[in-house]
Each structure stands twice: as C-alpha cells, then as structure tokens.
Design a protein around this ligand. Structure first.
Ligand code: FPP
Length: 246
C-alpha cells in the first residue's frame, strides 16, 4: 500500500462522494483470529469508527452513514447485544468532544424506540448538542432495516392519501424521499463493505439506487485512514452514467 501522503495526493477534493455509507463488518472474525471474544472485536471496531469519522470530516465528505446495528442484529445472543449497546453509550459519551471539535452533527436512523432507554437518552443528548454543527453529518443506522423503513413510508403516505393530505397522483420519488428516515440526506454515492462479504444486508435499499460499491477483504477493526482513501480513489476513477451513455 502507498503511504498516506501519496494516497491523499491522488484524491480530487472537488469530486468526493457527497454521501458515503459503510457496512462495518468483520469485528467477530477479527477477534476470533486473535483468540479473543467477539466483544474485543467490537471495541476495536469502535476505534475504526473514530478514525473513519475524523478522516471523512477532514477530507470534506459531507455525509457519512454507518451501519452500526441492524434490525436482524437483535437476534444475536443477548450478551452480545448488551455489549454493543454498552459500547454505543460509552462511545457517545467519550466522542461528543471529537464531534464538537470537528464540527460534526450527529444523526440517527432506524427504529430508535426499540433501543434501550439509556441508549436513546444518550443519543438524543448528543444529537441535540451537535445540532448546529455544519462540517459533516454523521448518521448512525441503529436498529435499522431498509424494508422496515420502506413499510413505514408506505403507511405514512397511505394515511395522508386517505385523509386527503396528498393525492395519489402526487406520489413521486420526491414524496417518497421526504418520508424516509434519510429525508434530510442526499442519495448515497459510495457504499463500502469490509470483511470480504458482497451483500447489502437490508441497508438503504432505496437510497443506493445509483451508488458505487467498494468491497474490501479488510476486517473492520483493521480499516484505517489509508483504506478509506483507497476506496475513495477507486470511486473517483469510475465513470457514473446514471443510466445514460458517456
Ligand atoms: C459487524 O461485525 C459489526 C457490527 C454488527 C456492529 C458494528 C459496531 C461497531 C463497529 C462498534 C461500535 C459502533 C459505534 C457506532 C461506536 P460482526 O460482528 O458481524 O463480525 P463477523 O461477521 O466477523 O462476525
């Protein structure tokens, strides 16, 4: 791998993904390879979160969305779910300073009312405290599932049609966008998934319609600043045609 400066030199700051979404995968395997418990992998995964958030903000990425906990993750053993929730609270408490000093706004998407009350309280506090920050929006997808998101979009729109708030004919992409959890975010430009898995796993299905995908074998706790730059360089080399010819 080239060094940080060589990689940074290749990045065109005028052509960054406006919205980068990451499926952080491989914490468990990383720990297992070291003969450690899965919790150790998640703790080290939290370190990669910090590095990635700071690097994106410094580079000039305006929106970063991290898949931190899916609706399916509730099916993991209770001890692992509890560990992840505790880690979330401790990371929020610890990282509020990093968010403030980097002018980053925190946002959360998902079925947030399913989260333990302690997590909801901490999230709400950090979201409020950082709400005026403008450099980058960091969105945590928590208890998030894209199909569930789309179901609540359909229900909300159906309710409005039934009550004559909008007409059936008026339903278009923009109406759907307005009812998504991500209503205040642009479409995703680039999705990164670590750990060699090539799946979307119910993540932002509507929002990734024209996204580019970058898959890497690197396990999330090993994902560094340089890996992030490599992904962005690869993205910038691609020609995005949005269904048109070049
Ligand atoms: C995937 O690894 C990762 C997760 C399910 C959760 C992501 C959580 C973190 C990175 C920790 C902290 C998060 C924040 C926002 C501070 P896996 O357990 O599925 O790994 P495996 O596929 O190797 O088992």
């Amino acid at each position: 791998m080239q060094n940080k400066m060589e990689l940074l030199d290749q990045i065109n700051k005028e052509h960054l993904p406006q919205h980068l979404a990451i499926i952080m995968d491989g914490n468990g395997r990383w720990a297992k390879r070291k003969g450690m418990l899965r919790a150790f992998g998640h703790e080290n995964g939290a370190k990669s979160v910090r590095v990635t958030v700071e690097s994106c903000a410094k580079l000039g990425v305006k929106n970063l969305t991290l898949y931190a906990f899916s609706t399916e993750n509730w099916n993991r053993p209770k001890v692992e779910v509890d560990t992840l929730m505790k880690l979330l609270v401790s990371s929020l408490k610890k990282e509020i300073k990093t968010l403030q000093s980097n002018n980053i706004r925190l946002n959360a998407i998902g079925n947030l009312t399913n989260l333990p009350s302690g997590v909801q309280k901490e999230l709400q506090e950090v979201i409020e405290k950082t709400s005026e920050n403008t450099r980058m929006t960091l969105t945590l997808a928590l208890s998030y599932g894209s199909r569930e998101e789309l179901i609540q979009v359909v229900k909300k729109i159906a309710h409005k049609v039934k009550n004559n708030i909008i007409s059936e004919e008026a339903i278009d992409e923009s109406i759907i966008n307005q009812h998504l959890y991500t209503h205040n975010l642009p479409d995703v430009d680039l999705v990164i998934r670590t750990s060699g898995e090539h799946r979307i796993s119910n993540f932002l299905l509507w929002q990734i319609a024209y996204a580019e995908f970058y898959f890497t074998e690197v396990l999330w706790p090993d994902f560094s600043e340089n890996h992030l730059y490599e992904a962005i360089i690869s993205y910038q080399k691609r020609e995005r045609r949005f269904g048109k010819t070049s």
